[in-house]
Write a protein that binds this ligand. Structure first.
Ligand code: MTE
Ligand code: MOS
Length: 703
């Protein structure tokens, strides 16, 4: 193992383990007002009147009339209101906020607040939705000719459900007006500069009048990528009106019902096969965006770019739409659009192989991309594709091929087994040229006279270990002890904009900036002096520029690769599928801390397993999410996968720090297809598993 990979004690370990870490909800400041959002109880309606009870001294009600700037939250497209406009678009949409010193009093006022509506017809069902918020289409090769010449054309529809991030700490933000009209907003978040842009716009303030700080954050998983911008604007407006600090911490129920989750999807695959090989794919992807656009454009783009999976499909047509429904707006969740299409393409390949009477893994192996091949978007796989070796390593770990053959034979009795395998990649970092054109990351090092160094950037520790890995990189280059280097929770008054903590980009992209900054500092090191160095992102010049107009070029600088295998035993009496073994082989380049990377792989894998099996979420006929507690929304625990084995396969990326690539999202993406294939095999009746989650109820139905 390389020195940089050797595990250290995490920088955030002691405070979190001892309970000393102060989260947003923990601050004991008697001045902070308790804020509670007044929400729409209708999926689509005109708000005629909001009757707030008479407010005691020190209490206030805030709504869109109090927004000093634009009543729009800056995200990608600015259609999310800070506080609802005349028409509410989903159940739970914030109409206003009640604030006051005593939580009980606020809650009582909240209960007695009455809203009169004129109800309008909502659109709830993705299948009935017609308004495309985003609509993309791209093609490659002569797919029409390939379909015309095919021996056989296969068509199948795949469906994926909601998934909620279920971070330990719910959404939590607070705001305070400082002297000279400056606003300070802090809380649980992934992207302080996103929140800053949003608060500037809503408050009508310049950059020097807005300060955003991340507090200790109990997980994000994408759920705190855009959402804190909305809540941040809401508390900022409230703090201005109240003239006191305001804090809003969501209840779990509120968080599950009304915050962004993974987009449900409906994907139709048409595949042309000639002489036993796939010659073309024609793919239609539909994502349920919910009521506002938030991040749907970028989530959909990623989903479409990986729609043909890890296969060399030279003739390709992909169409995708994010459709509006009057439901909670969807957003980012680890994987960012990729889990939906990877599930679909992997199952499609299995089902074609079954029809052709060939082994699905061998069928897939015959189509794998390799270094030098074109990507779906006519870019290039510039670096080695280690999938064949990784498949061999998984096979060695779990005897996949032998077990698969064995479980294909007839099984009788109550318990039946199956095993599944899937292959995938995760495009490392932002899609397209966003890194170069809009983010333009800057990272700084501040050396103090005592020889200690503070690394400065806007990326956030959300559990993925960034405070530790950034510090390790700097300490390693400067050859100083790790406790001499620190990376803190970012505060926009103190740190440059090194971009958001998304797309598994921070360690790979910003970590490399820190490495280069440290090399720079080392070359100019002056004992006993204070010094500053700064590094700016430059796009590697091997990249074929990406154009979003026609989806052409390198969508990603490189790819992290994954092979996942899952073995299950289905109880045909209860429908429960017990996971006998779960195996992940992941190439994230050089691990910048073995324990952290293994933890990332295990955590992501487990979330993938929940997505595949138990995390069922739906809404009632009025559009209200029904699974709003951990009794109704079942996430797996470590007890559900006693035998989870992770292997790391290292294919170094020359432009990442010491060869590291984006890691965090990868392990979730391939799990649904591996799980579904395993359950499908165990069912033994030829029933296709073409949706996730595939719950015990689904298994009973299939049996
Ligand atoms: N791991 C933990 N413990 N907590 C998180 O919130 N977020 C995931 C992943 N791993 C997350 C996590 C998501 S959605 C992303 S995009 C990446 O971490 C961010 O990794 P990065 O810091 O390398 O960008
Ligand atoms: Mo991760 S879904 O890009 O925050």
């Amino acid at each position: 193992m390389e020195k940089i990979s050797e595990s250290v004690v995490r920088k955030d370990h002691a405070a979190k383990i001892s309970g000393e870490a102060i989260y947003t909800g923990d601050y004991q400041n008697p001045d902070i007002l308790f804020g509670k959002l007044v929400r729409s109880s209708k999926a689509r309606a005109k708000v005629l009147k909001v009757s707030v009870p008479e407010l005691p001294e020190g209490y206030c009600y805030v709504n869109r009339d109090d927004v000093p700037g634009d009543n729009n939250v800056n995200i990608v497209k600015d259609d999310t209101p800070v506080y609802a406009n005349e028409i509410v678009e989903y159940i739970g949409e914030p109409i206003g906020m009640l604030c006051g010193p005593d939580q009980k009093v606020v809650e009582d006022l909240w209960k007695r607040t009455e809203i009169e509506y004129e109800e309008l017809e909502p659109v709830l069902d993705l299948r009935l939705a017609t308004e495309a918020l985003f609509n993309y289409e791209y093609e490659k090769g002569d797919w029409k000719a390939a379909f015309a010449e095919a021996d056989k054309v296969y068509e199948e529809e795949f469906e994926t459900g909601y998934q909620d991030q279920t971070y330990l700490e719910t959404q939590a933000m607070m705001a305070e007006m400082l002297e000279d009209g400056k606003v300070s907003v802090s809380g649980s978040m992934q992207c302080p500069y996103y929140v800053k842009g949003a608060v500037m716009r809503a408050m009508g303030l310049g950059p020097d009048k807005v300060r955003i700080a991340q507090e200790v954050t109990g997980g994000g998983f994408g759920g705190k990528e855009a959402f804190p911008s909305i809540l941040g604007c809401q508390v900022a407006v409230a703090a201005k009106k109240a003239g006191k600090p305001v804090r809003c911490v969501f209840e779990r129920r509120e968080d599950l019902e009304f915050t962004s989750k993974r987009h449900p999807s409906l994907n139709t695959y048409r595949v042309a096969v000639k002489d036993g090989k796939v010659t073309a794919m024609d793919i239609d992807v539909k994502f349920n965006a919910g009521a506002y656009t938030t991040l749907s454009a970028v989530v959909l783009q990623r989903g479409l770019i990986c729609a043909d999976g890890v296969y060399n499909v030279t003739n390709l047509h992909v169409r995708g739409r994010a459709l509006k429904t009057n439901t909670t707006p969807c957003g980012a969740y680890r994987g960012f659009g990729a889990p939906q299409t990877f599930f679909s393409v992997e199952m499609m390949m299995n089902h074609i192989a079954a029809d052709l009477g060939v082994d699905p893994l061998e069928f897939k192996e015959a189509h794998l991309v390799k270094q030098g091949d074109g990507t779906s978007t006519s870019g290039k796989y510039h670096y080695p594709v280690p999938l064949p070796d990784m498949i061999a390593e998984i096979d060695a770990a779990c005897d996949f091929r032998k077990k698969y053959a064995q479980y294909q034979k007839e099984q009788t009795g109550r318990f039946r087994r199956g095993i599944g395998i899937s292959m995938h990649f995760h495009g490392a970092g932002f899609t397209g040229s966003a890194e170069r054109d809009s983010i333009k990351a800057v990272a700084k090092l501040h050396k103090l006279p005592d020889g200690s160094v503070i690394a400065l950037g806007s990326n956030s520790e959300i559990g993925q270990g960034l405070r530790t890995t950034f510090s390790k990189i700097v300490a390693n280059e400067l050859n100083i002890p790790l406790d001499k280097v620190n990376y803190n929770y970012p505060d926009t008054d103190k740190v440059p904009d090194s971009g958001p903590t998304v797309a598994s980009r921070s360690l790979m992209t910003v970590g490399e900036l820190f490495r280069r900054a440290a090399i720079h500092l080392r070359s100019e090191w002056k004992e006993g002096e204070e010094q500053w160095v700064e590094e700016h992102y430059v796009q590697p010049d091997y990249m074929i520029p990406f154009s979003l107009n026609d989806f052409k070029g390198d969508a990603y600088p490189t790819y992290a690769w994954g092979v996942s295998a899952i073995e299950v035993e289905v109880d045909t009496d209860t429908g429960l599928a017990k996971v006998l073994g779960a195996y992940g082989n992941f190439d994230v380049g050089t691990p910048i801390d073995q324990n952290i990377v293994i933890g990332q792989m295990e955590g992501g894998f487990l979330q993938g397993l929940g997505y595949s099996s138990t995390e069922y979420m739906t809404y009632d006929n009025k559009g209200r999410i029904r699974n709003n507690s951990f009794a109704d929304y079942i996430i797996p625990t470590s007890m559900d996968v006693p035998n989870l084995q992770i292997q790391l396969h290292v294919e170094k990326f020359p432009y990442g720090p010491y060869g590291a690539k984006g890691a965090g999202e990868l392990p979730l993406v391939g799990v649904p297809a591996a799980y579904a294939q395993a359950v499908e095999q165990a069912l033994q009746n030829g029933q296709k598993v073409n949706h996730v989650p595939f719950t015990a109820e689904d298994t009973m139905k299939a049996l």
